[in-house]
Ligand binder design. Structure first.
Ligand code: FPP
Length: 240
């Protein structure tokens, strides 16, 4: 069985969930926040060490201003309301992505939650906020190029390990499993480097309805896969 260290989720379908009920889109995001809470609890119960949630992509700034405002209000509400419980349950929270486009209130709420939970070890909950994988990769390349120009790194030294160390995921293993909800089958600029060998699971469930059984389905699907990382499965290996 493949032991699982890291599950990453592209939460999709909040808008459709609301539309199907004749509700405004923000109601879907509100229900999506409840699904976040359920999924974090379910991940804890399954001893998953790292859970990454794609909460706001760099492209999501293109949404109407009032929807963006509501989303950030929900993030702040989540951080404020869940902080005690995160600490009590040993959940470390961290966010990755840009922060220079956030209000000081949002940055403050994130920093408070990160500081208060930094010693927690049961589950590491990572929120992708203003995150885009191409931007992250370009920034890492720029940092390495600057180091090379200043003589601190030579181009010959640059390898996958050094490059990985420049990314926001440097302190967590690559995701074993990437789940996307709402039936869409693409990565949408999420963890493009880190998901190179991840198993992909596409769930038809809209994110606000996502729960314990959907997570279990994804894990069962994952455990049924044979991960080869480009090699041969163990049983098929022949002595040289
Ligand atoms: C995608 O659904 C979802 C988002 C862009 C936002 C994700 C946010 C949440 C789940 C709310 C709370 C999050 C936290 C971390 C507390 P969509 O709006 O693109 O759905 P659609 O494709 O059906 O329109």
């Amino acid at each position: 069985m493949n032991s699982i260290q890291h599950v990453a989720i592209i939460m999709d379908g909040n808008g459709r969930w609301a539309e199907q009920r004749g509700m405004p889109r923000w109601k879907g995001h509100e229900a999506g926040a409840r699904a976040v809470r359920r999924t974090v609890e379910a991940a804890c119960r399954r001893d998953i060490p790292v859970l990454t949630l794609f909460a706001f992509s760099s492209e999501n700034w293109k949404r109407p201003e009032h929807e963006v405002r509501i989303l950030f209000r929900l993030f702040q509400k989540y951080l404020a309301e869940e902080l005690d419980e995160l600490q009590e349950n040993g959940i470390r929270l961290s966010a990755f992505g840009r922060r220079d486009r956030f209000s000081t209130e949002v940055v403050g709420a994130l920093e408070r939650a990160e500081t208060a939970t930094r010693h927690c070890t049961r589950l590491h909950l990572r929120l992708g906020l203003d995150y885009g994988a191409r931007y992250e990769i370009v920034e890492a390349a720029r940092t390495l190029a600057l180091q090379a120009v200043r003589g601190k790194t030579s181009p010959a030294e640059i390898d996958e390990a050094l490059f990985s160390g420049m990314l926001s995921s440097r302190d967590v293993p690559d995701p074993d499993l990437v789940i996307r909800t709402a039936g869409e089958q693409r990565l949408s600029n999420f963890l493009l480097w880190q998901a190179a060998y991840a198993e992909l699971h596409f769930s038809p469930t809209l994110w606000p309805d996502f729960g314990e059984s959907d997570l279990q389905n994804a894990l069962d699907d994952y455990h049924a896969r044979t991960r080869k990382f480009g090699a041969l499965p163990c049983a098929a290996r022949v002595p040289a």
